[in-house]
Design a binder for this molecule. Structure first.
Ligand SMILES: [Zn+2]
Length: 443
């Protein structure tokens, strides 16, 4: 069989398996689960892979699935990923009324596409013709939400890191992977279209708590220490840093107050704030993070409040591999009628960014959806484009990577210089994980 014949056989197989592929996506959409809670999604994906005789490992990082085909030849290992988790967006008409969870980031599409790649390659008999292994991972917890729940999991020893791919790297689940790929949904107009080679910001998460002293807000405010004023000053101080952020670092700091006080007639003594500090480079985001910590500490000191800043490693900036993007582009082109957007800089963040510092990663965006991600308007607008197009384009890319002695795959792996080793990566996360305290009476 020629390479092109094999690709066509895989496309036909994906079309023939359409019901299962779209079915798993729709089942996940109807049962949205937040990160590290994806029991239903794990079970759905595991069932499909067991049904076609794959070796299946469940709950690889609290939840999640690793599936390996029964036959594979020696050569590079390509991992196809699909993220299981939903986002919280209570305003969305399909949000779970209890949790607010909804697939408004299209992760259900990723899982369906990952399953589509597997079913297509399997049914077309591709695995024994490829010089390497393809494994499939339904991965947990990409959205950085429910910090309190994840803190609890951490205390209970169930996770080390808040992000699913961070946790999987820690657990060694990517140790054998040479190339990883996934496709993320994005509103890029009707019909098949793709964005390739786009980068993303990294971020550091912050949980901040200002402790003041309660007193009667009317009768004795002079006896209190107003923690809300400390937080307000901290926010203003952060704003005063903005002129120092360089354009190329693409810094975004967006704090919110999660607790502003207890009662209106009591001077607030316990005020909580959360923030992300995003940036396009590790150095840029760490530099901005230090300035933000300083701004917060100064707010607390001004009124004599205590403050605790807990820095939590978010995700690293998303790096791209041009050769991998080009290969995907060539395979997307027949479906896209030249509707391919190249490059771009997302100020948002993805935990694929972490993996992209260690191994070559492909993270294109694909269409078939409308509305902005993480908003009430996000929906699938073209079922075939959303679910089947990324499966076909990724499957064809894998065939190219692993065809004929896996020459293309090996060339990409050989020319890739990781920006961090796994050890350096894990020590960076530990370094970022810092709790900083300032006492209100320090000055
Ligand atoms: Zn997403």
């Amino acid at each position: 069989m020629t390479r092109d014949n094999l690709k066509q056989a895989v496309f036909d197989a994906i079309d023939a398996e359409k019901e299962t592929i779209i079915g798993v996506g729709e089942a996940l959409y109807a049962n949205p689960e937040l990160g590290y809670r994806e029991a239903f999604g794990t079970q759905q994906v595991a069932e499909i892979f067991k049904g076609i005789g794959f070796q299946v490992e469940e709950n690889i990082a609290v939840t999640g699935v690793l599936a390996t085909p029964p036959v594979s030849l020696p050569g590079p290992v390509v991992s196809v990923l699909g993220e299981l988790d939903a986002i919280i967006c209570s305003e969305h008409p399909d949000a779970d009324p209890q949790t607010g969870a909804v697939h408004a980031c299209g992760h259900h599409i990723q899982v369906a596409a990952m399953v589509g790649v597997a079913l297509g390659l399997h049914a077309a008999g591709a695995f024994p013709q490829l010089d390497g292994t393809v494994n499939f991972m339904a991965v947990p917890a990409e959205e950085f939400v429910e910090m309190a729940y994840r803190s609890r999991l951490k205390t209970e020893g169930k996770i080390t890191w808040f992000g699913g791919k961070q946790e999987m790297i820690e657990k060694g689940l990517f140790d054998a992977t040479d190339i990883a790929m996934m496709a993320h949904a994005l509103d890029i107009g009707p019909g098949p279209a793709t964005v390739i080679g786009a980068t993303g910001n990294g971020f550091i998460g912050k949980e901040i708590r200002f402790i003041g002293k309660e007193s009667h807000a009317g009768a004795a405010p002079h006896e209190g220490v107003n923690a809300l004023n400390a937080a307000m000053l901290a926010m203003n101080n952060i704003h005063a840093q903005r002129e120092t952020f360089r354009d190329e670092d693409r810094i975004r700091v967006h704090p919110i107050l999660t607790k502003g006080g207890d009662a209106v007639n009591v001077v607030p003594a316990d005020v909580c704030m959360e923030s992300f500090v995003r940036g396009a480079s590790i150095h840029g985001m760490r530099d901005a993070s230090k300035k933000v910590d300083r701004a917060i500490a100064a707010g607390a000191m001004a009124v004599g409040a205590d403050v605790t800043i807990e820095n939590i490693p978010g995700y690293l900036p998303l790096l791209t591999v041009p050769e991998l993007d080009t290969l995907f582009k060539e395979n997307a082109l027949p479906f896209c009628e030249h509707r391919i957007i190249e490059g771009g800089e997302f100020a948002g963040s993805f935990d694929m960014g972490d993996l992209s510092h260690l191994i070559p990663c492909l993270h294109p965006f694909t269409g078939g959806v409308s509305g902005n991600i993480h908003t009430r308007g996000f929906k699938v607008s073209d079922i075939d484009t959303a679910f089947l197009f990324p499966a076909k384009a990724m499957a064809a890319t894998i065939i190219d990577l692993l065809w004929d002695g896996a020459q293309k795959g090996k060339a990409i792996i050989d020319s890739f210089t990781p920006s961090l080793t796994k050890e350096q990566y894990l020590s960076l996360l530990k370094e970022i994980s810092e709790t900083r305290k300032v006492a209100g009476n320090a000055f």
